[in-house]
Write a protein that binds this ligand. Structure first.
Ligand SMILES: Cc1cc2nc3c(=O)[nH]c(=O)nc-3n(C[C@H](O)[C@H](O)[C@H](O)COP(=O)(O)OP(=O)(O)OC[C@H]3O[C@@H](n4cnc5c(N)ncnc54)[C@H](O)[C@@H]3O)c2cc1C
Length: 460
């Protein structure tokens, strides 16, 4: 087990006195720069220290010590927050990565997942039993942050958002108490944890209902040249009109990298990539996808049976650690021709080869829960678009300007709402919720965190 770094400091002494046994990395520690760095290379912050909790008791000790010392703190799981809200200047960062155990209870059909686990760890453990919990699309994202905001991914149209499979959560509250939240225990807190964005306590463990998925799914990508990009999005939309829930499509506008599977004539040029995933009977999937694949043939067709875990990491290369990112998103009630044309026009001026735009179709099981059943604010949306500005190792400034421009141009087609997991300093958490959900969230916040010590998103 890790021990607190030496030489001892006041903070280290206080943590040890509270029984904290994890590692504390302070600015004098040679590992400090590594410890303070998250996924987004554009974020450069200097926390007071990073406390690597080893279990729920460590988390409770860190919360109590920080509060007693008047020290602000943040919570970090996968470190994937685009705005970098898991690390703040001069605050204590409570890191949960060591809480990454995943235990599958086959008899009960549930999975217990540590609050610091990554999607790759969740998928690896569940797929050993042919099971899955619906989650996101980049395998090094944290289960913690993703779940607390809602959780959208390849399986959502069939099995719902990640929160729709959540059965209970073990939580360290703002006063250091440890409670379980479920429909029976602290139901108001449980409601808020399902989409409220995480500012209600530290979840040290999630319990999810598991679903039978894989090990093979019918999935992959169809690549279209830029002059057919608008038609590719329209063909996707037409297929998704009334499509079975087993089918999910994510359209990506990107600059083809100089490598396989892109043919030489497309490399370095803008393309539309239609990413598909079918999680039902493969023969039926082939039939459902035929109108797209044969009716609107791509230049590259890589759709076929693939391991579910391969699908879950298929897009990892678009989002490596350390690149500089800035992004914005929209929810859409419909994917109109006007929206598609505006998006295509906006992508014509993309200033960096790593920047891309993802449009994913929602509906299906996402809409089975009524709007107020959980705190997630966007049931009923047809799709979402995520404008992902990325400049590689270069400063993000000009790319961020482009993201804002495309976002502004496409805003007239959008709901005006924002995914709480895609907030940045320019969007308020208030924009993530309708009035009724917002009022309930504020009431839960006042009950469980009256002093607002969990302040990542600013609900108060
Ligand atoms: C490349 C990339 C791809 C993404 N893809 C998807 C996707 O497919 N689907 C989707 O829905 N979202 C997606 N997201 C958004 C993602 O859900 C959020 O960025 C999320 O916050 C990441 O969680 P994390 O634990 O990795 O982040 P962190 O930065 O560690 O955490 C972010 C915040 O979440 C809260 N938090 C995290 N864990 C806990 C916990 N255990 N208890 C209490 N609070 C906690 C804290 O407030 C923390 O500051 C993606 C983001 C990126 C950068």
């Amino acid at each position: 087990m890790n021990t607190i770094s030496t030489p001892s400091t006041l903070l280290a002494d206080r943590l040890r006195a509270r029984g904290f046994v994890g590692r504390l990395v302070e600015p004098s520690d040679p590992d400090y720069d590594r410890a303070r760095t998250g996924w987004n290379g554009a974020i450069d912050r200097r926390p007071a220290a990073v406390a690597y909790a080893s279990d729920a008791d460590d988390v409770a000790a860190a919360v109590r010590v920080a509060r007693a010392a008047g020290l602000a703190f943040t919570v970090r799981a996968g470190g994937h927050s685009v705005s970098g809200r898991s690390v703040r200047d001069d605050a204590l960062c409570i890191d949960l990565r060591a809480l990454n155990a995943v235990a599958v209870d086959i008899g009960r059909g549930v999975v217990r997942v540590g609050g610091g686990a990554l999607l790759s760890e969740l998928d690896a453990a569940t797929q050993e039993h042919g099971l899955s919990v619906p989650a996101g699309q980049i395998s090094h994202t944290g289960v913690g942050g993703l779940t607390l905001g809602g959780g959208m991914g390849w399986l959502m149209r069939r099995h719902g958002l990640t929160i729709d499979s959540l059965q209970s959560a073990d939580v360290v509250l703002a006063d250091g108490r440890q409670v379980r939240a479920s429909v029976d225990e602290h139901p108001d807190l449980f409601w808020a944890l399902r989409g409220g964005g995480g500012d209600f306590g530290v979840v040290t463990s999630f319990e999810f209902r598991a679903h039978s998925v894989g090990p093979l799914v019918l999935a992959g990508v169809l690549v279209y040249p830029w002059e057919r990009a608008g038609d590719a999005l329209r063909a996707s939309r037409n297929l998704m009109d009334g499509a079975p829930e087993e089918l999910t499509i994510f359209d990506v506008l990107l600059t083809a990298p100089p490598q396989e599977p892109f043919p030489p004539e497309l490399r370095g040029r803008r393309v539309a990539v239609v990413g598909v995933a079918w999680c039902g009977d493969p023969a039926e999937g082939e039939r459902v996808l035929a109108p797209l694949r044969t009716g609107f043939p791509p230049v590259v067709d890589l759709v076929g049976p693939m391991p579910y875990v391969a699908l879950q990491s298929m897009l990892d290369e678009t989002a490596p650690h350390g690149w500089h990112f800035y992004d914005r998103s929209h929810y859409l009630l419909e994917v109109s021709d006007g929206f598609i044309d505006t998006l295509i026009e906006g992508f014509e001026s993309v200033p960096a080869p790593q920047a891309h735009v993802v449009t994913g179709w929602m509906g299906g099981a996402v809409d089975r829960a009524a709007p107020g059943d959980t705190a997630f604010g966007h049931r009923g949306a047809r799709a979402f678009t995520w404008i992902i500005g990325c400049s590689g190792d270069e400063p993000i400034g000009p790319v961020a300007d482009w993201v804002r421009h495309v976002w502004d141009e496409t805003a007239p087609f959008a709901t005006g709402g924002v995914y709480v997991n895609a907030l940045n300093s320019e969007r308020s958490v208030r924009d993530a919720y309708a009035d009724e959900i917002w009022e309930r969230l504020v009431a839960v916040k006042r009950r469980y965190d009256p002093d607002g010590v969990f302040a990542g998103n600013g609900i108060r």
